[in-house]
Design a binder for this molecule. Structure first.
Ligand SMILES: [Zn+2]
Ligand SMILES: [Zn+2]
Length: 293
């Protein structure tokens, strides 16, 4: 029993407990080497909720957190860009929002698994800033779930990153997500189809119009012949205002792509918070009413 508890603490629980045992038995240098080896092959705590992991896995997140993100749901969604709305008034009789009616988006459709908040946001941050590349697999699964079954595509194009930013970060998370999605869909990934020709400042803090200006002509297509007449699935991690995806989609369409749909793991929820209960019963929508504080 003692042996069992020892093993459980050492192998399956928090490394803090394991380290205290090691500290009592091994000298410092050996402890460091041994701890490093242990952390390479044995589980840690879940990086999202902090619970001890019970299985050896290359993904340091517990199954509960990996299945927690909810699919996108809103009272109303634009039929093309899937932007969420709390009321039906921004949508026309075809279900299109103002931006889609004006052709302000460069893409034909946009799909996302869920909203960019809570656990889904944390998982994306762990991939992007925590450099846990193995999370691309579960996030790719979310993207596959968000992809409509009746849509056909010729290739996946990850939203390119400027070489300077890729050099700083060391990788492009969109490429990792595109590769994970390709494993599930069998579609080819055209990594080099487009490139970011202009280094743009970070978009955070800019208005939608400033983001669009910031992204003007930021992308170019390397092999226009390859995208000519093709249906392209443009993959990115998050859709915020859509300015980046729009600019890249425009470049693909200028080069002759027949259809460009954007697929992201998450999208920002830009619905205005209203301090009253929104009832949708009288609008003929069967979605549940939503109370927004
Ligand atoms: Zn967890
Ligand atoms: Zn729309």
């Amino acid at each position: 029993m003692l042996y069992f508890d020892f093993c459980r603490g050492w192998i399956f629980s928090s490394p803090r407990f394991g380290n205290s045992l090691l500290a009592a038995r091994l000298p410092s240098a050996a402890e460091k080497t041994f701890s490093a080896l242990i952390s390479l092959v044995l589980p840690d705590d879940c990086r999202v909720c902090g619970d001890p992991l019970r299985n050896v896995s290359r993904i340091p997140v517990c199954p509960k957190c990996l299945t927690a993100p909810e699919p996108l749901a809103a009272e109303y969604l634009c039929a093309a860009c899937r932007a969420p709305f709390a009321s039906p008034w921004p949508l026309d009789e075809h279900g299109l929002c103002g931006l889609c009616r004006r052709g302000a988006h460069g893409f034909d459709a946009a799909y996302s698994y869920g909203f960019y908040d809570g656990t889904l946001r944390e998982l994306i941050h762990l991939l992007k800033y925590g450099r846990i590349h193995t999370l691309a697999g579960p996030l790719g699964r979310f993207m596959a779930l968000a992809l409509p079954r009746d849509q056909r595509f010729d290739a996946i194009v990850p939203v390119p990153m400027h070489w300077r930013r890729r050099w700083e970060r060391g990788f492009n998370q969109s490429v990792l997500l595109a590769q994970a999605l390709a494993q599930r869909t069998g579609l080819p990934v055209w990594k080099a189809a487009a490139r970011r020709s202009r280094f743009t400042p970070p978009q955070a803090g800019l208005t939608s119009a400033q983001r669009r200006d910031n992204m003007t002509r930021a992308f170019e297509v390397r092999k226009p012949d390859a995208v000519q007449g093709r249906r392209i699935l443009l993959v990115d991690d998050v859709l915020t205002t859509g300015a980046t995806a729009s600019a890249c989609a425009r470049a693909l369409k200028r080069s002759g792509a027949a259809h460009v749909a954007v697929l992201t793991v998450a999208r920002a929820d830009r619905r205005p918070a209203v301090p009253f209960q929104v009832s949708t019963a009288s609008w003929g929508n069967d979605a549940n009413s939503r109370s927004i504080a």
